[in-house]
Design a protein around this ligand. Sequence first.
Ligand SMILES: Nc1nc2c(ncn2[C@@H]2O[C@H](COP(=O)(O)OP(=O)(O)OP(=O)(O)O)[C@@H](O)[C@H]2O)c(=O)[nH]1
Length: 214
Amino acid sequence: MKAGISQSNILTCVLAGGQSRRMGGGDKTLLPLGAKSMLDLILERLKPQARHIVLNANGDSSRFAAYGLTVLPDPVGEFAGPLAGIFAGLSHAKTLGSQFSHVVSVAGDTPFFPKDLVGRLSASVPLDKPVIALASSHDKLHPVFGLWPVALADDLHTWLSTGQSGKVLAFVDRHDSVEVAFDEPTETGLDPFFNANRPDDLEKARAAMEALSS
Ligand SMILES: Nc1nc2c(ncn2[C@@H]2O[C@H](COP(=O)(O)OP(=O)(O)OP(=O)(O)O)[C@@H](O)[C@H]2O)c(=O)[nH]1
């Protein structure tokens, strides 16, 4: 039976724990896109659809102080890949008690993700068993954008402890999962999961935003 998870039971975790090597290092989520940072744009998109938001990032958390979010470091060693950030969200949700049944993960380098991401992911899974929902666009999975049952936290911990950190889809394959397709282009005309890996991706994003506002 499909029902949909209530928004109040979802903790949304923005993943900004990577090394941004292709961008030249630092925090790519803090880089400017127009007058705002990429993280500003991500939070503007997220707030109307997510009630509880945390940030996953490593190192000194004070650089994110202006955003007023709880900052969770990777609990399994720095730079173990996005699954470590997803695990940070799941373990935090667990410590908060039974309120949170699921974590939605959102990449910190993807400024135009779907405005109905959380609602559509959460409507795609049953309430009575743990099922992962992963976003896709044009038949390509985007495993960093997913809905993760808190009930899988212990299994993910075991998985990460055996050094399987980079293998997001291999972890997903151990469990029931559904794919949720977001094929509509965004207002920018770019794919909704267009992400900024390199400086020229940032330029592309800036150009798309400028074209929108002109
Ligand atoms: N918590 C956490 N998140 C990560 C890690 N690696 C990547 N991510 C996140 O996963 C998403 C996609 O990351 P990538 O662009 O593949 O990796 P990156 O480290 O940010 O960048 P590169 O160093 O250029 O590969 C981003 O939101 C990253 O912040 C990690 O080791 N820990």
